[in-house]
Write a new protein. Sequence first.
Length: 517
Amino acid sequence: MFPRRCGCVPDDRRRLLGLSLLLALAALDSTVVVTALPAIVADFGQLSLFPWVSSGYVLGSAVTVPVCGRLADQYGRKPLLVAGLAVFTAGSLLCGLAWNMGALIAFRAVQGTGAGTVLLLAMTLLGDAYTVAARARAQAWISCVYGTAALIGPLVGSVVSEHASWRWIFLANLPLGALALSLAHALAGTAPQEQPRPRGRPAGRGPARRGRRPDAVGTLLFVSSSALLLLALLQGGVHWAWSSAEGLTVLAAATVLGAAFVAWQHHAAEPIVPPWVFGSSFIGGVCLIRILAGALAAGLPVFLPYFTWALLAAGAVSASLPVTALLLAWPLASAVSAHLCIRIGFRGTAGLGAFLWSLGGLGLAALPARDSLAGLCLLCAMLGAGTGLVLPTTMISVQAAVDWGRRGVATGTLIFAQTVGGALGAALLGALANSTLSARIANAPKSLAGALPSSVDDAAALLRGESIGSQAEAYLRESFALASDRVFWAVAGLAVSGLLLTLAMPWQCALSQADGQ
């Protein structure tokens, strides 16, 4: 029903449904493996490596997006879309045929590379194919599809791995990928009123300059620095301490290569991230907002089940309800974001989303409502609804503020910022929680010596139901409650920062440009 109300002709509705398929594939595969952990580990072992099955996908997706954004602006959308779909489908096949954990991780990185390209092109094509009003409705629909697919991913993974083989999680992508490839030509069409088409250039190629080569040096520097940065964020506090030699070395290398990348982009003939991106205060501000959105949407859910156990003594099923509330409110809010953008503008819609962030974050930190399961779910739903309003609005506003030849780079920059925000949020909140728990275990009363776990990892294992005695369990719950307090206050700080930044943004600049399209 929604595509019909977008104000689009039938061809545009078919394109929107096709783009929805692309986004659903990318979103589903980002979360589907989480609940397949027992089945995969039963086949391969190496439990310590399993987090990299997800992290490899994130790394491959994140480092691909800005590079492909530039290439899509130079050489057109269709070649990149076809290449991305082919890589994603091939990566899915290889994951389904993986023979050990190392091979699965490598093939997940390949799959993530294709998924990042598909995600970028789908979001960019939305900006190409619709006017601003229709784009807002289409973006809301797409965000709803993406959030719903990410939400049902763990359910699909658990059902498939329980009743069939976990390999079918990946092999099922083959017919869907083939279908998407068959639709690639129609999906890559762009709106004629927005796409320059010099005489003799085929539709969908855009204003590329054929004589220029891609920026190979910039691509190498960007991929290397981004991969090292995400590696440091994902593994810091997990496989090495933040202050360890490994952690500091990786961060230092990422910083040096990142600085070299920025310097090179000011001299390259065809830079991956052109200087106008670094010099745009509007795009820079929106990137900061999306970093905060990624931190709130991806960082907090990692810890909510444990904290629900500690604060409310909830069982496994009940402990998952706050995360479900957050992830469910996200697509529901996205579905109404288009209507709000049209009625109250970009500033009003993003401001409302950031206000919901602040209510949810401050409520988690200070309000008594968090001490009941229903209240905790409500506050998490506010955070999810805020994300569902902010993400589509920021994407639409930036796409409206740039022309066809810059839209791929701008879109890729926003997606990359959100990905980094998710990794950064999980890393910082995790470091805060782990340091609190470690200090509590190290300074426990002597009467509990030998009863408490010796490390944070052991404490997390005990949450699965092992008996440690009433006094030790009570102390452990108090420790998790203290860690949750500190994490929730950090979440509140991120949420309020997002509100202040959103209110300070020059949204009217984007609106005036959008109105002129």
